[in-house]
Design a protein around this ligand. Structure first.
Ligand SMILES: Cc1cc2nc3c(=O)[nH]c(=O)nc-3n(C[C@H](O)[C@H](O)[C@H](O)COP(=O)(O)O)c2cc1C
Length: 365
């Protein structure tokens, strides 16, 4: 048996294997009307296929905690009961397939109100159902983006409550893992980094102040999420600024991530999902197969917090080696699972592991 296919226990939840689906926005919900942000046929078929494909845990895409927190007008949302009720069909099907249903809850901050990437991803105005974005500081993401409104302390408290309400609804919808999206330069990541957070109040300046909002969100989520179920946090381990000698901009660093991981652990986070980048345009990112694994491995070895690795993990033996070497606890597969919904089963076969096939497909084994 390969270590990749050994179950992982977090709190009282058992996840059948270590091949997980990374959260990936589909930008495919209704934009207006009562079904705005509600998961539909596309989402059911898309996530259902990856569950039938043997994926141990599926993290449903960044799902907005408020209309203002969407990346695009067609994002999924979990700010009302109609949305959470519609997720139940997905969570129950995933469970029937032996897949743990998880969801990433998110607020897009200054990167909100953009078009779908296949239409160019540019910021959209009110004529295309766009809205005014918010951020820790009134700094636009790049020359295309409008200046976001600086969140007031009152506004910050409201967003914390929106995360808590989203977590409560996610549980009602049957999710067993909740992931707080603190990565890729969206609202929480914007607060963490000195590159995007220029505040001078209790939410900006020192490390303690910049991490305050993220920890308040984690505390609010943890308070409504069942004690026996895990909370994940996705982080960008680095903005790829400070570590680059050719870039004078100051950002969030891998050292900050290790320090913060220990704080997250103390606040009841059970696994850090380690990505990088997304906060600063034109940052030089050194990519390649498994390029973010070392960031995750460092967190695991220095804090003892379980970690997931993501980014250019596309092959069975590559994934197995990362787990076998005890670098990380699970691998999250993104684009390879878009190409091949059966990646987890195909990889198991390649590694000589026995995994259950859906009975309906028994004719094809
Ligand atoms: C279409 C698409 C949508 C994505 N949406 C999200 C998202 O909702 N939340 C998130 O944290 N990352 C998102 N990502 C990043 C992925 O989760 C993953 O970290 C990235 O694709 C690298 O992994 P890969 O090389 O296996 O694709 C997205 C990536 C893609 C390709």
């Amino acid at each position: 048996m390969s270590a990749l296919y050994e179950p992982l226990r977090l709190r009282s939840l058992t996840i059948l294997n270590r091949v997980w689906m990374a959260p990936m926005c589909q930008y495919s919900a209704e934009v207006t009307g009562p079904d705005a942000g509600v998961p539909g046929d596309w989402h059911f078929a898309h996530y259902g296929a990856r569950a039938a494909g043997g994926t141990g845990l599926i993290l449903v895409e960044a799902t907005a905690v408020s209309p203002q927190g969407r990346i695009s007008p067609a994002d999924l949302g979990i700010w009302n009961d109609r949305q959470s009720a519609a997720f139940r069909r997905i969570t129950s099907f995933l469970k029937e397939q032996g897949t743990v249903p998880g969801i990433q809850i998110a607020h897009a901050g200054r990167k909100a109100s953009t078009d779908a990437p296949w239409r160019g991803g540019a910021p959209v105005g009110s004529e295309a159902h766009g809205w005014q974005s918010v951020a820790p500081s009134p700094l636009p993401f790049d020359e295309r983006h409008p200046v976001p409104d600086e969140l007031t302390v009152e506004g910050i408290r409201q967003v914390v409550q929106e995360f808590a309400a989203a977590a409560r609804r996610a549980r009602e919808a049957g999710f067993e893992v909740i992931e707080v999206h603190g990565a890729h330069g969206y609202l929480i990541g914007e607060f963490l980094s000195p590159y995007t957070n220029h505040r001078t109040d209790a939410y900006g300046g020192s490390y303690e102040n910049r991490t305050r909002f993220a920890l308040e969100v984690v505390d609010a989520v943890r308070a409504v999420w069942p004690e026996e179920l895990p909370v994940f946090f996705r982080i960008s381990a680095t903005d790829w600024l400070t570590e680059n000698p050719d870039d004078e901009r100051e950002g969030w660093t891998a050292d900050d991530t290790v320090r913060f991981a220990a704080d997250l652990k103390a606040h009841g986070v059970d696994l850090l999902d380690v990505s990088t980048g997304g906060n600063a345009p034109k940052a030089r990112i050194l990519t390649g197969p498994g390029y973010q694994v070392p960031f995750a491995e460092r967190v695991r070895s220095e804090t003892g917090l379980p970690v997931g690795a993501v980014g250019e993990i596309t092959e069975a033996r590559q994934a197995e080696k990362i787990i076998d070497n005890q670098q990380v606890d699970a691998v999250l597969i993104g684009r390879e699972l878009l190409r091949n919904p059966y990646f987890a089963r195909h990889a198991a076969r390649e590694l000589g592991c026995e995994v259950a096939e859906p009975v309906q497909y028994g004719y094809a084994t």
